[in-house]
Design a protein around this ligand. Structure first.
Ligand code: SF4
Length: 348
């Protein structure tokens, strides 16, 4: 039986603020639907002044704000440099045109063999299982992705799945999005049943941020279809800072682990969020405490609107060299870049 987090969401409200305390007793679907989507509300809840609001409204017009309460509750009040807030706070700088930054930095449009499918690397294929996310990360390389063209009906999925059925070289299906866990469990169970019926598929990999931003997503309904599949299960979480991992996230990780998942994490190296040896080392340590292995540290994909997060390659290498001095090898993430057309991620 899943015990829902009952954390009171008061930490982001100022002392004495006229805001009723909220609890996280509601379902993940309710938490998702009640995510903060108004830049004015985000700034008010976190005690940011008018200067931040102007930028937030401009950035929001380009890529809407979305922050679930459970994630908001981990941010510090009246701290515009909070590393969790930095990931979700729209800025006016997102409207600047920067050479080299484009809408589709990974050229994914060239690798879509069917609706909902992206096939870039040998042996595995990626399925856009949901067009929605629980949180809108300002640096997201899919912030301009044409989700409307990649939201297949079940009939279209059947045709796209034929691509997997007919290619015995494929051994792994990767559920991505958006966030694949934003889809209903009924839909995910339907998709997983079809995938496990393909004899040459061995693994199901899920790339998700939902267990981090709404840990109650890992509920009995999810664990039911997830634990039942014959496929080996890998969950790749997306966590960029140690403070994202509170006890509710640790508990969600434990539930996934108990259901048979191998847990990995990928981070993005982000200016103002985790661009120090201390922050990255603390992240690796905290991940391991939650039974999650650091896997990749990605340099920023050059997507329009995210240039202010960039960390230069040389600095990235120096940070990882510094990390190597303070962490055991198994806690050192691989520093990589994704280059369109390459057969794998490229180590830096
Ligand atoms: S796809 Fe991942 S990185 Fe992009 S907005 Fe959604 S959760 Fe954030």
């Amino acid at each position: 039986m899943i015990t829902r987090s009952s954390a009171l969401l008061q930490r982001t409200d100022p002392p004495g603020a006229d805001v009723a305390p909220l609890t996280l007793e509601s379902s993940w679907q309710t938490q998702l639907s009640r995510a903060v989507r108004d830049p004015r509300e985000l700034c008010r809840r976190l005690g940011l002044d008018e200067a931040w609001l102007l930028g937030a409204e401009r950035g929001h017009a380009l890529f809407e704000v979305r922050v679930p309460e459970a994630f908001l509750a981990r941010m510090r009040y009246a701290d515009p440099q909070d590393p969790l807030l930095r990931q979700v706070l729209p800025l006016a700088a997102e409207g600047e045109s920067v050479p080299g930054y484009v809408a589709d930095p990974l050229a994914e449009a060239e690798h879509t063999p069917g609706p909902g499918l992206i096939h870039k690397y040998a042996g595995r294929v990626l399925l856009i299982a949901s067009p929605a996310c629980a949180v809108n990360c300002r640096y997201c390389f899919r912030r301009h992705f044409p989700y409307d063209d990649n939201s297949p009906s079940r009939a279209q999925w059947e045709r796209s799945l034929d691509t997997l059925r007919e290619d015995p070289s494929l051994h792994e299906a990767i559920l991505s999005g958006g966030d694949p866990l934003a889809a209903s469990d009924r839909q995910l169970a339907w998709l997983t049943e079809r995938l496990e019926a393909i004899p040459h598929l061995k693994r199901l990999r899920i790339h998700t941020r939902l267990p981090v931003v709404i840990p109650d997503r890992v509920d009995d309904a999810l664990l039911g279809w997830f634990a039942a599949t014959r496929l080996q299960k890998v969950v790749v979480l997306h966590i960029n800072h140690a403070r994202e991992i509170d006890q509710s996230v640790v508990d969600a990780c434990a539930r996934l682990k108990a259901a048979g998942a191998t847990l990995l994490n990928q981070s993005v190296l982000l200016r103002g969020v985790n661009d120090s040896v201390e922050a990255l080392a603390e992240l690796s340590e905290r991940l391991f405490e939650a039974d999650v292995l650091p896997y990749y540290l990605h340099v920023l994909d050059p997507v329009t609107g995210a240039a202010h997060f960039d960390v230069a390659d040389e600095e990235a290498r120096e940070l990882v060299a510094g990390l190597r001095e303070v962490l055991p090898g198994f806690l050192l993430p691989r520093l990589v870049r994704e280059i369109p057309g390459e057969a794998s991620k490229t180590p830096l």
